[in-house]
Design a protein around this ligand. Structure first.
Ligand SMILES: Cc1cc2nc3c(=O)[nH]c(=O)nc-3n(C[C@H](O)[C@H](O)[C@H](O)COP(=O)(O)OP(=O)(O)OC[C@H]3O[C@@H](n4cnc5c(N)ncnc54)[C@H](O)[C@@H]3O)c2cc1C
Length: 443
């Protein structure tokens, strides 16, 4: 007998959201995390509209002072107003460690067994179960989900096919005190790109990309001196006397697993796809993987799933990931490109002035336009069944009036992840539709 139904490797944001979702669906979960304490490193800082809807649908902000929305988005540094109909348009500035704290509390509150200081070293899929070895423990599990980040150990152990391309360009970043330079959002200069934003506490985040600079092989963060020299070459300003609080380099390496499922092992978040964090998409993309997978895997391990349900995870999230990666790459090309991309940027700026283009891009940036084959639009509301991680069947008279995106007066069936799978003016969903997404009628 396995020790648990699911092992999640990695207590990053994706692993933690997934652990909560699995518990909500009734699955036993052990999370194995190599770090003794959560990281306080400055990482992602943006939650987009769909992520906020997802968090709302589970009541995650209940009792918490939620962040404020900002409609000022961008596509490759070109301003885009993110105003849209819906409950949570805009972008929301939340430091990643706050998001992780919120998700960790929820996972623990729902009964997930989070074990820190446990580095996964071997993974053996026997076909009947999976044996996971850490430095000092062995856990047998029915399923394993690798949420162990961009350098995923599990991906390497399984030799999973991870095609894509290596780094071509790099952006250097630092949080610095003791410098006094003017703010600039995305300043395009002959030799590169410069960003500076001073926070209320006097710390300035600087970011610089130098056209044509080779991308070194890095084994750790860059020295601040390297960043200051690049800043000087691109802007002419000297920030060398500043004190760095945090330094970081990211490049445009882009890769995606060919298969999100390998036998009894599944992948989510950065373990499944590697991308530069342009436009604040990386974290959001991974959270959406976890939200798609959680209820399906919980149904599988508790014997409530149609035989094909779990495989809809790869079928839905792989194309969604491929599209997001392609959009991030388009932004990387336009952002890091030199004078040769200026005509394309000018054209795009002109096009964004047209409302349908602006609305389309705002929806894409917000993750609101994700479409799964054979599955309907998202249900952007928080209701009791969804809060509890269950599905929702509404008869024509149950529909709240004036609900955007809801076909009024329709029978409507909504999956636990908020996607409608049936909407019909006269007929309720037939048994085969119910069985495809929910407990088979025979049970
Ligand atoms: C330095 C840095 C800066 C970033 N900046 C931005 C940004 O500005 N904007 C943006 O959108 N995104 C940014 N990102 C990306 C964003 O942080 C990730 O997309 C997000 O953290 C992905 O979440 P995850 O849960 O998939 O992986 P991670 O957050 O990487 O979590 C993986 C977890 O797995 C654990 N783990 C790894 N291996 C093992 C093992 N063998 N056994 C047990 N546990 C293991 C790790 O300790 C970690 O806690 C940044 C990432 C980094 C590293």
């Amino acid at each position: 007998m396995p020790d648990t139904q699911v092992v999640v490797v990695g207590a990053g944001p994706v692993g933690l959201l997934l652990a909560g979702e699995l518990r909500l669906g009734g699955a036993d979960v052990v999370v194995l995390e190599r770090l003794e304490e959560p990281t306080t490193e400055s990482r992602a800082s943006t939650l987009h509209a769909r992520t906020m809807e997802i968090f709302d649908s589970r009541g995650l902000w209940d009792g918490v002072d939620g962040p404020a929305s900002d409609p000022h988005g961008h596509f490759a540094g070109i301003p885009v107003d993110l105003t849209l109909p819906g409950s949570r348009p805009g972008l929301w500035k939340v430091p990643q460690f706050d998001t992780e704290l919120l998700l960790a509390r929820r996972a623990a509150g729902l009964g997930a067994d989070v074990r820190r200081g446990q580095e996964v070293r071997t993974v053996t899929d026997t076909g009947a179960d999976v044996e996971v070895e850490t430095g000092d423990d062995v856990v047998r599990t029915a399923w394993l989900v690798a949420c162990d980040g961009e350098d995923s150990t599990v991906r390497r152990l399984l030799g999973a096919d991870f095609p894509g391309h290596e780094a071509r360009r790099e952006l250097l970043r630092a949080d610095v005190t003791g410098i006094d330079i003017r703010d600039r959002r995305f300043e395009r200069l002959p030799d590169g790109l410069a960003v500076a934003a001073r926070r209320a506490d006097g710390v300035t985040r600087v970011m610089v990309h130098e056209h044509g600079a080779p991308v070194p092989v890095r084994t750790g963060p860059p020295a601040y001196d390297e960043i200051a020299r690049a800043w000087k070459r691109v802007t002419g300003e000297d920030v060398g006397a500043g004190t760095p609080l945090w330094v970081n380099a990211f490049d445009d390496t882009t890769r995606q697993l060919t298969h999100y499922r390998h036998g009894r092992v599944l992948f989510a978040g950065d373990a499944a796809h590697r991308q530069p964090p342009i436009g604040g998409q990386a974290l959001n993309l991974g959270l959406h993987d976890a939200f798609n997978l959680g209820w399906k895997l919980a149904a599988e391990v508790t014997g409530r799933a149609h035989p094909d349900l779990l495989d809809t995870y790869h079928a839905e999230r792989h194309p969604a990931g491929a599209r997001a990666l392609s959009i991030i790459e388009a932004q990387a090309l336009l952002l890091f490109g030199g004078p040769e991309v200026e005509p394309v940027r000018a054209l795009l700026t002109e096009l964004i002035g047209h409302e349908p283009v602006r609305a389309h891009l705002a929806s894409t940036i917000g993750g609101l336009d994700v479409h799964y084959d054979g599955v309907g639009a998202r249900w952007p509301h928080s209701t009791e069944p969804l809060r509890a991680g269950r599905g929702l069947l509404l008869g024509p008279t149950d529909l709240p009036g004036g609900v955007p995106h809801a076909p009024a007066e329709h029978w409507t069936l909504v999956r636990p992840d908020g996607h409608t799978v049936w909407a019909d003016p006269s007929d309720p969903p037939p048994p085969e539709v119910l069985a495809r997404w929910f407990t088979p009628p025979t049970t």
